[in-house]
Design a binder for this molecule. Sequence first.
Ligand SMILES: Nc1ncnc2c1ncn2[C@@H]1O[C@H](COP(=O)(O)OP(=O)(O)OP(=O)(O)O)[C@@H](O)[C@H]1O
Length: 294
Amino acid sequence: MSVIDIKNLTKDYGDQKGIFDISFFANAGETVGFLGANGAGKTTTIRHLMGFIKPDRGCSEIFGMDCFRRAADIQKRIGYLPGEIAFMDHMSGMDFIRFMAEMKQMKDLGYAGELIDYLELDPKVKLKKMSKGMKQKIALVVAFMQDAPVLILDEPTSGLDPLMQNKFVEMIKEEQRKGKTILMSSHIFEEIENTCDRIVMIKNGKIVADENMEKIRTERSKHYEITFSDERSAKMFQGKYPGSKRSCNTVCFLMKGNTMELLRELNRYEVEDINARHQTLEEVFLQYYGGERV
Ligand SMILES: Nc1ncnc2c1ncn2[C@@H]1O[C@H](COP(=O)(O)OP(=O)(O)OP(=O)(O)O)[C@@H](O)[C@H]1O
């Protein structure tokens, strides 16, 4: 059953800006990565889901409720992390967390306390004195603290250092174990690769890909970089692998399967070095969806 359902959603800001005829869903317990470059339309879509924007056409639903008409009901049931956080600067982090807890009619702040400790956050500091990363941690606490069944996270790791990004990935894995439905926007492939079941890609306000992560993982090729002892061998080898690229003695190419055949071929040359790795998610998308970066 789909928990989040977006159907033909359109918001036209003019000048080809906005989102156009967007449809996708997130099933119960699924983590969907919503990937796109700056200005692609991620925040606009997410703000529709939160009921902040009235669509020009189409609709979005969460738990079968129309996101715009039932905004108040929906917001209560969603852990939301906004892309840009409008903080009350005079408050301390803890004041803000309490304020948000009251808005959500939460009584127990026990889980919020656990999250504060986990994220190594000092919530006594005034918001106006907090760095971007500290504010992002506050936003994460607010999004996760009510243990909501649905999490909608707009660029959740923005401003976090690598250590905290790893901690965030662990937080997501814990939520997945609890069966949460998660929609998470990002322009960072690695973040999505490590956490999501499915990837929806948006470009210039339109959905250009909707792929199962497992399918991408099994279908991706390996990237080989082979350095030969001399340029002549590199040229001969390159001739047998159309599509490969050569620079001096080194040949690079993508290949799926057929490792034995490759080893037999390499056996005929003097090889100095072999480097093999899986294609990154970014490379897979560039291969399938055109040469432009997302
Ligand atoms: N209220 C608005 N009025 C006019 N144009 C808008 C409005 N909100 C967004 N846009 C435009 O719509 C497009 C999509 O913006 P959106 O914020 O959804 O992108 P995004 O994918 O979230 O980008 P980013 O990664 O930079 O946050 C952009 O060109 C933006 O300038």
